[in-house]
Design a protein. Structure first.
Length: 188
């Protein structure tokens, strides 16, 4: 009895599977091209006209040994080796432990020089927070120049000046030089 049941199942089960598969293909819907896999809504002609990178990150070491990382939401080449970027963050980490983060809406990069503009926010690991309209950095000289007037808060109080320059002296220490109508409101 058992062997005859197994013999019938060997015939009926493959036939049932074949019937199920054939109804699947015969009664299936015709494919709708609009229901295809979604693709990104990108204008290819615009991509060719205006080449760009999304979320680029550049990293390197300055001549003074500081680790420098530049990230942006979008970057595009301008001409030759120049490029421009939007929503930029520059991180500067010195081997001695001093760190600075610069954020800006726009930047232009030309080799080892970076020009941040549109309202740059500078924060340092030792408690300084400075806002300046534009900042020029030179990675070869370990130099940072902020122009256009600045307002800052430091551990010693509030300060205002027309220009700031951060350079490295012969001993390897960083110097902050504020010039042009410098005002300090000391807060003990």
């Amino acid at each position: 009895m058992r062997s005859s049941l197994i013999a019938w199942l060997r015939v009926l089960l493959p036939l049932a599977a074949l019937a199920i598969l054939s109804t699947l293909f015969l009664l299936g819907r015709t494919p709708d091209p609009d229901d295809a896999l979604p693709y990104a809504e990108v204008d290819a002609e615009d991509m060719v006209r205006d080449p760009r990178m999304s979320r680029p990150e550049f990293a390197g070491v300055s001549h003074g040994g500081a680790q420098v990382t530049v990230t942006a939401d979008r970057a595009s080449p301008v001409q030759n080796e120049n490029s421009s970027a939007e929503s930029v963050r520059l991180t500067w980490r010195d081997p001695d432990g001093l760190a600075a983060d610069l954020t800006a809406p726009q930047a232009q990069m030309d080799g080892q020089q970076i020009h941040l503009s549109g309202g740059v926010r500078v924060t340092t690991s030792d408690g300084w927070a400075i806002t300046v309209p534009q900042v020029d950095t030179d990675l070869t000289a370990d130099r940072l120049l902020g122009t256009g007037g600045l307002t800052g808060f430091a551990p010693l109080g509030r300060l205002d000046a027309d220009q700031m320059e951060v350079t490295r002296n012969a001993d390897g220490d960083y110097l902050l030089n504020l010039t042009g109508d410098v005002r300090l409101v000391y807060q003990p």
